[in-house]
Design a protein around this ligand. Structure first.
Ligand SMILES: C[S@@+](CC[C@H](N)C(=O)[O-])C[C@H]1O[C@@H](n2cnc3c(N)ncnc32)[C@H](O)[C@@H]1O
Length: 215
């Protein structure tokens, strides 16, 4: 499935499962992922996700909790967990199939501290381990990395970002990768106007990498 399909952000994908294995090679990491139909970019790691993983800062061991907002099958969450094994990585998504794959891909790549949780559009945890469901509401993130679903539409995107950017710690930072032709610049202006100071880290191959500070 390509990133342009709308099915990947439904809670329960209607399409039958058809798993496959893909790889991700970065300067510092060699990773394997099981992907499936009904999940974003299941045939290869998305170009925007690759840019985020290549250009955004890595998590550090001082970060207690970080978030992969809209984890899909988990390429960002797994990379964060490999790069900072002492950090708890919260991998959240609306899509149950995606969250289950992220949990499996954490195990496949020997990550010990990924908390994969299904959430609803209000940011409530609705599936995951009992401990993670109980803990997520009070968890604040030192960093957040995301390739957000612009295709969910502007109102849903603004709602999602408001919910999760406001779960950053006061010194927390988010890094978002957004396609320029899908409104990266107007999204950056909107976030700055809402009080999350936003700057462009880099621009390449039609993508903007945005740094967003907690408000
Ligand atoms: C563009 S995909 C990126 C997936 C994955 N991070 C990657 O890089 O391959 C965005 C993801 O956000 C999820 N999503 C959409 N709306 C959401 C919301 N309100 N809360 C959490 N996740 C959401 C979608 O289901 C989808 O898996």
């Amino acid at each position: 499935m390509s990133g342009s399909s709308s099915q990947y952000f439904s809670r329960t994908p209607a399409v039958d499962s058809d798993e496959r294995e893909i790889g991700l090679s970065l300067a510092d990491l060699e990773l394997r992922f099981t992907t499936d139909t009904g999940v974003f970019s299941n045939s290869r790691v998305d170009a925007g996700t690759r840019l985020l993983l290549q250009e955004a800062p890595h998590p550090t061991s001082e970060m207690a909790n970080v978030c992969d907002l809209g984890c899909g099958y988990g390429p960002i969450a797994v990379s964060l967990a490999k790069r900072s094994p002492a950090t708890a990585v919260w991998a959240i998504d609306l899509n149950e199939r995606a969250v289950a794959l992220t949990a499996r891909n954490g195990e496949l790549n020997a990550c010990s501290d990924i908390h994969a949780v299904v959430v609803d559009a209000d940011g409530n945890a609705i599936d995951g381990t009992a401990e993670d469901i109980a803990a997520l509401a009070d968890t604040r993130f030192d960093g957040l990395w995301s390739n957000p679903s612009i295709r969910i539409g502007k109102p849903a995107m603004h709602r999602m970002l408001t919910l999760w950017l406001d779960r950053l710690t006061p010194t927390g930072t988010a890094w978002l990768v957004v396609q320029r032709h899908l409104g990266a610049d107007s999204l950056a202006d909107w976030m700055t106007a809402q009080g999350w100071a936003t700057s462009r880290v880099c621009s390449r191959a039609g993508y903007r990498l945005l740094e967003v500070k907690a408000r």
